[in-house]
Design a protein around this ligand. Structure first.
Ligand code: NAD
Length: 416
């Protein structure tokens, strides 16, 4: 019998119920803590004296942001320049030396980063390292002072395990399935324009792309023709010949995506061309929660629609799954958007649009749970790549005041 199961289950159920969220609840708990300290001062002093023979006192303090030292940045192929240079800006701004390991899959960008970028930076402080999983594994045997990884959650676990061997702090910018709730109360064409655009951007190979839609069967009946209209307007009758639609990065990902087209029922698109690594913008309906297309991050221009009967059911569906990197809710009723926001968790959130939240430098960008840990963008990048050193400076004099600290702690001593 595991002695922790009941307690952990009780606390998790309490968290899911939302009890800890209201400000009044939090204030009441903090007041309780404060009362605990006041009402049990004597008891606590005795306990601390028995355990540790200790008493502490702090003056004013400040935080000094210092570079960690040698930083490793590992980047993916889907935005190979942006996701290499973005973290690099933060690491350099904070004063670190950097090893950048771009993705070996986006070969042309990797080549430019390796051959040209170092000419623009001080090469005694910056290096680009090339290679795939094997070389990265070897690189990770070395000790770094900070690791910043962008990639998929499975590889994230490998990176975290390697970092743990040296107790190296990390940021993990991972992926997952981003839900997109569409309420009955909204204009289907507006929603379709926005969802189709953000789903098909970079041929769907975007970590924050809306991955699937949750809506009622009634909304689905209105949304599908609107999605068809948006896709035709954006990419024409033959999307393969459109200059505005990207291609799948590799044969491997193409095969994976083509495999996903066989789940549910294709109502828009569905065509593919291996010689061109082309997958048409595709919408699937009649999709089951257990289908592979609902298990793995799609990372392509395929949009499954899953039916729910109510907002509560949509929220339950989202909360049954891993916490996503981004979450989207569309409704003309701001209360609906607010309820989705309040009763779920995700790295970021955008009401009534796609991934616009990540374009603002004033907002931190990062995941939570299996979609990542830590964040960056704007000033958050500087903070991520800095150690926040807690400092206290004390004048050398005033010894009489501080003498109260020293043992023996007799009543006479305490009157000094
Ligand atoms: P990936 O995890 O396969 O690769 C990322 C980096 O890790 C690459 O540099 C690669 O060489 C290295 N790598 C791969 N396998 C490794 C292994 N076994 N051991 C050590 N290193 C290894 O990711 P990807 O396919 O390049 O990118 C797609 C994934 O990245 C998706 O899951 C996407 O959601 C995620 N992503 C997240 C963000 C974000 O900001 N949160 C942004 C873009 C992409």
């Amino acid at each position: 019998m595991d002695p922790f199961v009941d307690t952990l289950q009780r606390l998790r159920e309490a968290f899911v119920s939302g009890r800890t969220r209201p400000a009044e609840f939090r204030a009441a708990q903090l007041k309780g803590l404060s009362r605990f300290l006041q009402e049990n001062k004597q008891l606590l002093q005795e306990a601390l004296a028995q355990d540790l023979h200790k008493a502490t006192q702090l003056d004013s303090a400040f935080i000094r942001k210092e570079p960690f030292g040698l930083v490793l940045i590992l980047s993916p192929w889907n935005y190979p320049l942006n996701l290499s240079l973005g973290p690099l800006v933060g690491a350099l701004a904070a004063g670190n030396c950097v090893v950048l390991k771009p993705s070996e899959i986006s070969k042309s960008t990797e080549k430019v980063l390796a051959e040209v970028l170092p000419r623009y930076l001080d090469q005694s402080c910056f290096a680009v390292v090339l290679g795939g999983p094997q070389e990265t594994g070897r690189l990770l045997e070395h000790k770094f002072d900070y690791i910043f990884f962008t990639g998929n959650p499975q590889v994230g676990k490998i990176i975290m395990t390697a970092a743990a061997k040296h107790l190296t702090p990390i940021t993990l910018e991972l992926g997952g399935k981003n839900p997109c709730y569409v309420d009955d109360n909204c204009d289907p064409q507006t929603v379709a324009n926005r969802v189709a655009f953000f789903r098909c951007f970079n041929a769907g190979q975007t970590c924050v792309a809306p991955d699937y839609v949750l809506c009622s069967p009634e909304m689905q009946a209105r949304l599908v023709p609107a999605l068809q209209s948006a896709i035709t307007r954006f990419y024409g009758d033959d999307p393969q010949s459109s200059p505005n639609l990207g291609r799948i990065i590799s044969q491997k990902h193409f095969q994976r995506l083509r495999g996903l087209l066989s789940f549910g029922r294709v109502v828009i698109g569905g065509q593919s061309d291996e010689s061109d690594l082309y997958i048409a913008p595709t919408v699937l309906v009649d999709v089951q929660e257990t289908d592979p297309v609902m298990q793995e991050e799609i990372f392509g221009p395929i949009l499954p629609i899953v039916n729910v009967r109510s907002l509560g059911q949509a929220i339950d569906f989202i909360n049954r799954r891993e916490k996503p990197l981004a979450l989207y809710a569309f409704s003309n009723n701001s209360q609906v958007v607010k309820r989705v926001l309040a009763q779920t968790s995700s790295g970021g959130f955008c009401g009534n649009d796609g991934f616009m939240h990540l374009t603002l430098a004033s907002l931190p960008f990062g995941g939570v749970g299996s979609s990542g840990m830590g964040n960056y963008h704007g000033k958050f990048s500087f903070d991520t790549f800095s150690h926040h050193r807690a400092c206290l400076l004390r004048p050398p004099g005033l010894e009489k005041i501080y003498a109260i600290r020293y043992p023996p702690h007799t009543p006479r001593n305490l009157r000094v």
